[in-house]
Design a protein around this ligand. Structure first.
Ligand code: CTP
Length: 404
């Protein structure tokens, strides 16, 4: 894979050096292009040494006679044709504005217009600049062109502010770049993914919910989309960025999730039920807020519809992947729920431990398969776990078809 890395003029430019390394370690060939402002922060020599090639520093950087000027004047076209992916990190507010408006006044912005492949942008700037309506409008335009925006993250910024604007970590940007070049082995599939918790209202201001962050489901949705699937993501209330290139349906309660899932059932070929659906709710929610009294109070709850069990009955030849969040007896519960809910695969994880399950960025799971096999997937990022789940799901489908 050949990647052009555009480096903009921001403090985070030094982190782009690490990105070159992260990309090279993943077998990408990197051609670095620096804007003039970027060269104020980091010297081209750093990038030349890390990438092992000459850095492009300007439109006419070759300089010299008429011949050389002509060759460098068409260089952006040639570089555009030779490379697979453009990633810009840090993407400054100024670069985003120029990309959004098609202003081509240096090599990077001219190259951007000539390039037809996928584009990944990793913004980095001061919080107020990021929140400004002009930057947000530019981001919307760039997103609508299909570019992938990675970050920015929240945190302590060089300007002393705390808030959004920090460039994402190089490894995360490298993953986004790589995912665009991955194999498209889910092309032709329509994958329905449920994610996050549900919220079950008790009255107009209170609800019962759980600690699910939605990260595992969102990673599954992103992995499926990156691998070429059409993805319908049915999401409970979460606070994480939306995956890229998927259709999202927002729901709140278990009943709403059930309706959305059944509405998408016909068109789907694989269903992944990673949502942590509440098991109980108040079936008739009072219209007014419950008042406090001195007396002890107890809540009467009714079971919610078990969506997975219902899908188990209605799935036909679709591949059904359920989840189980357990605090003990993982193997036993995986086998039990696989059978009782008539799933093809059940992904079990122990929750309530460091680095596994709810809220964590990593996970460690046990897959129970309808063939009777148990596969354990060691601790990895939720994205890597998501990819392994789809790898195993594709193999499982072949095995099930062969057994028929
Ligand atoms: N699930 C569902 N509808 C519900 C409850 C759970 O579809 N009302 C699904 C979840 O999305 C998950 C699977 O069932 O894929 C298992 O969820 P889990 O909470 O682990 O299992 P339960 O059946 O609720 O069993 P228990 O809480 O007793 O462990």
């Amino acid at each position: 894979m050949k990647v052009v890395l555009g480096v903009g003029g921001g403090i985070a430019a030094y982190k782009a050096a690490e990105l070159v390394r992260a990309l090279s370690e993943r077998d990408a060939e990197v051609q670095v292009v620096m804007t003039e402002a970027a060269q104020e922060f980091v010297r081209p020599l750093t990038f030349a040494a890390l990438s092992g090639r000459k850095v492009i520093t300007g439109m006419f950087s070759a300089g010299g006679g008429a011949e050389e000027t002509l060759s460098s004047a068409v260089e952006h076209i040639q570089v555009a044709q030779e490379n697979d992916i453009l990633v810009v990190a840090p993407a400054t507010a100024d670069l985003l504005a120029r990309f959004a408006n098609g202003i081509a006044n240096d090599f990077l912005t001219t190259f951007y217009l000539a390039f037809t492949g996928p584009v990944v942008l990793a913004p980095a700037m001061n919080t107020n600049m990021w929140n400004h309506a002009a930057t947000q409008a530019n981001i919307e335009v760039l997103r609508s062109r299909g570019h992938r925006i990675v970050g920015p993250g929240d945190g302590f910024l060089a300007c002393g502010m705390v808030g959004p604007g920090r460039m994402s970590e190089p490894v995360e940007i490298a993953e986004a770049v790589l995912s665009l070049s991955r194999r498209k082995d889910l092309e032709g599939e329509t994958i329905l993914v449920t994610a996050g918790p549900t919220q079950e209202p008790l009255d107009p201001v209170r609800f019962v919910s759980n600690r699910s962050s939605g990260k595992m489901g969102y990673a599954l949705a992103q992995a499926a989309a990156d691998r070429g699937a059409r993805v319908i993501l049915i999401s409970g209330p979460v606070h994480i960025p939306e995956p890229f290139g998927v259709q999202i349906v927002h729901v709140r309660t278990a009943t709403e999730m059930r309706d959305a899932v059944l509405a998408g059932l016909d068109e789907s070929t694989i269903i992944v039920k990673s949502a942590a659906v509440a098991d109980y709710h108040v079936s008739t929610v009072p219209q007014q807020k419950m008042k406090k009294t001195a007396a002890r109070m107890s809540l009467e709850l009714d079971p919610t519809p078990d969506i997975l069990a219902e899908l188990g009955q209605k799935k036909g030849d679709r591949l059904l992947i359920g989840f189980a969040a357990e605090t003990e007896n993982l193997r036993q519960e995986v086998r039990r729920k696989l059978a009782s809910k008539n799933c093809d695969m059940l992904v079990g994880n122990l929750v309530g431990q460091e680095g596994v399950g709810f809220e964590s960025d990593t996970n460690e799971v046990l897959l129970g398969l309808a063939t009777g096999e148990l596969i354990s997937i060691p601790k990895a990022s939720k994205r890597e776990v998501a990819d392994r789940i789809f790898d195993e799901a594709l193999k499982l489908r072949l095995a099930l078809h062969a057994a028929q």
